[in-house]
Design a protein around this ligand. Structure first.
Ligand code: ASP
Length: 342
């Protein structure tokens, strides 16, 4: 008998799994075991589907590293049995969770595709069906007996992206995500077109492992005109601070006020890594290009290059969790580990 790929569909929560309760007029989570009754089209796919739902599905605004561990553990426990994983997740923090999982799963050799929707699956105009069905199809694709895609991806509105390159950019449009610094891995039109050159090539000889000790104590600080000395000093004086990300202007620029640069120097002297990421959705940090970033480079601030804020946070928590020494931190952070930077 022909072996069809086995896909595990994991539901964490979010709009996609909600139905309108006609009695109350409110959206509520539907019983996930009945998924196939709501989307009978899934029965037509050439794969076998098993489902797993969080006991209490979440609005993704309540996601946190503890849930990341819960999710990655489900994949770990089922890794050998399934050929691919599709994760249904609220779109609000999907890029954060998917970026985190891209680091937490080491030597991933199978597809883990995150998707969700802007309208609930029960809505007449829903985007959920296409997102879910195509994600499932992509997860089943094989090449010479191996999964074609072996990385953490995010599928939304006809495009498959490398997850740790994505950002949610729209709260209304069906096209809710973008990946400005890396091309889509696949596009769904009349045909499913895979951009093979853009895919990560896994090392199948290395064993798949899962890392669960993401560090706490990181601060994400956005530069803005009006950030004052008092607020800034208050933030950086946090005694449990382990890592600081500054979302800078343009190509990595900041105010050159003395109190600011002195504060950054002190954080670095405490042995705490400081990362420079741009608050632009596209483009790269280039410290030294403008006078307003020269000092950061001299002080030893680490360049996030063209990484997204979401991926920078995940990478920082991951490397701090690994206890990487201060000496090697910059080199490792500035190296692409999962295709998250160019
Ligand atoms: N607030 C929802 C969530 O992120 C939105 C969505 O699912 O798209 O869980």
């Amino acid at each position: 008998m022909k072996q069809v790929p086995k896909i595990l569909l994991i539901y964490t929560g979010g709009t996609i799994g909600m139905l309108l309760d006609f009695n109350t007029g409110a959206l509520k989570n539907f019983n996930f075991d009945e998924l196939l009754t709501h989307i009978p089209e899934l029965n037509l796919l050439d794969c076998s589907i098993a489902t797993h739902s969080f006991e209490e599905p979440l609005d993704s605004s309540n996601m946190n590293p503890e849930y990341w561990v819960k999710l990655v553990s489900i994949i770990e426990e089922n890794y050998e049995e399934y050929d691919g994983f599709v994760v249904l997740h609220g779109s609000d923090t999907m890029s954060y969770t998917a970026s985190a999982l891209s680091f937490m799963m080491e030597n991933l050799g199978k597809p883990v595709i995150f998707t969700g929707s802007q309208l609930p699956i029960g809505d007449l105009r829903t985007d959920a069906k296409e997102n879910l069905i195509t994600s499932m199809q992509l997860a089943t694709m094989q090449h010479k007996g191996n999964p074609l895609i072996s990385e953490v991806c995010l599928y939304f509105e006809y495009k498959l992206y490398r997850a740790n390159r994505t950002t949610k950019i729209n709260a209304q449009h069906f096209e809710a995500f973008t990946s400005l610094n890396y091309p889509p891995l696949a596009e769904s039109g009349v045909e499913l077109t895979i951009n093979r050159e853009a895919l990560l090539v896994p090392n199948r000889r290395k064993k798949f492992t899962v890392f669960k000790k993401m560090s706490s104590g990181v601060i994400l600080m956005k530069m803005f005109p009006g950030l004052d000395e008092h607020t800034f000093n208050h933030m950086i004086s946090y005694s449990e601070l382990k890592g600081l990300i500054i979302e800078t202007y343009g190509s990595g620029n900041v105010t050159t006020k003395e109190w600011f640069l002195k504060g950054i120097a002190e954080v670095i002297e405490r042995g705490i890594p400081v990362i420079n990421v741009t608050q632009c959705s596209g483009g790269s940090v280039n410290m030294g290009l403008y006078e307003t970033s020269v000092a950061l480079k001299r002080l030893g601030v680490i360049s996030g290059k063209d990484i997204t804020t979401e991926a920078a946070l995940a990478k920082l928590m991951y490397l701090l969790g690994h206890g990487i020494s201060q000496k090697s931190f910059r080199t490792i952070f500035e190296t692409s580990l999962r295709g998250e930077m160019t």
